[in-house]
Design a binder for this molecule. Structure first.
Ligand code: AMP
Length: 265
């Protein structure tokens, strides 16, 4: 596909099914003063064979209306073949993709990086907006942009949450009413762990009791770890790191994280 050559653009890549998290990215992009382009593309390359591609929520007309209400100038909503027809090149970011979501979802980040690179080449944005909600994705894209000298500035924005703390996610729609009631405990557990780590508690003990308390609430925990914000390796530190969690409630896999900065900053 030929590049669209929109000059001077702020770009928000998404998979649609918009919630306030997406709309926040659009509004912040708008503040940049440039025309805003939002892509709406449920990227098949980032879904594993056993994952939820076919049941991923889709509502294009609602998404178009919501984007327009945020002042978005262009929506790019390609049909899958436009971006996936040529699959002879794939971008693999080493290291950062090995653990966590990369381990749970083999090939996921290759799919993300390849499609984000293609979107960057089509939209040619000056600046692109992503959410810290997908912390590992942010670091993977930053590494790709740095290593491939891509001429785009990246902005990462904080997670938008429901009033009870649950991180907004298109996948929250899969939760049963009972699971939806339990789901905020994910963030509450992150907050408790963060407070305890800042209060100098033993970090291994904090991580262990966090995992236990989530399991007691009905979560099947994939990981609950403290990792370096530099390389995502487990670390025992009290700043420049992040608590990351992935856990299943029923069939729904939820992820969340909390970055730890030193209390005095
Ligand atoms: P998705 O449509 O899930 O691929 O998400 C598109 C962009 O929105 C990604 O950069 C996500 O990290 C970001 N995002 C998703 N959920 C949230 C949220 N609750 N708060 C802020 N950004 C989010």
């Amino acid at each position: 596909m030929a590049a669209a050559r929109m000059p001077d653009t702020a770009f928000v890549p998404t998979m649609g099914a918009f919630h306030e998290g997406h709309l926040h990215l659009m509004r912040e992009a708008k503040k940049d003063g440039r025309p805003v382009c939002v892509s709406l593309f449920v990227n098949p390359l980032q879904f594993g064979p056993a994952e939820d591609l076919s049941r991923y929520p889709r509502n294009e007309q609602r998404d178009f209306d919501l984007a327009e209400q945020q002042g978005v100038d262009v929506i790019f909503a390609p049909v899958p073949a436009e971006l996936t027809d040529h699959q002879n090149v794939s971008i693999h970011v080493k290291g950062l993709t090995e653990r966590w979501e990369g381990a749970a979802r083999p090939g996921h980040f290759d799919g993300v990086a390849t499609i984000v690179a293609k979107l960057f080449n089509i939209v040619l944005p000056n600046v692109a907006y992503f959410g810290w909600k997908d912390l590992q994705q942010c670091l993977v894209i930053r590494q790709m942009v740095d290593d491939l000298n891509m001429p785009v500035r990246l902005e990462f924005l904080d997670t938008v949450r429901e009033s009870d703390g649950l991180a907004m996610s298109s996948r929250n729609a899969y939760l049963s009413p009972e699971e939806r009631e339990v789901a905020p405990r994910l963030y509450q557990t992150l907050q408790t762990a963060s407070r305890e780590i800042h209060a100098d508690a033993d970090i291994d003990g904090v991580l262990h009791s966090s995992r236990q308390s989530l399991a007691q609430s009905g979560f099947v925990v994939d990981y609950f770890e403290l990792v370096s914000l530099r390389n995502l390796e487990p670390i025992r530190a009290r700043s420049d790191c992040a608590l990351i969690v992935a856990a299943k409630l029923g069939t729904t896999r939820l992820i969340d994280n909390l970055r730890l900065v030193s209390p005095q900053t």
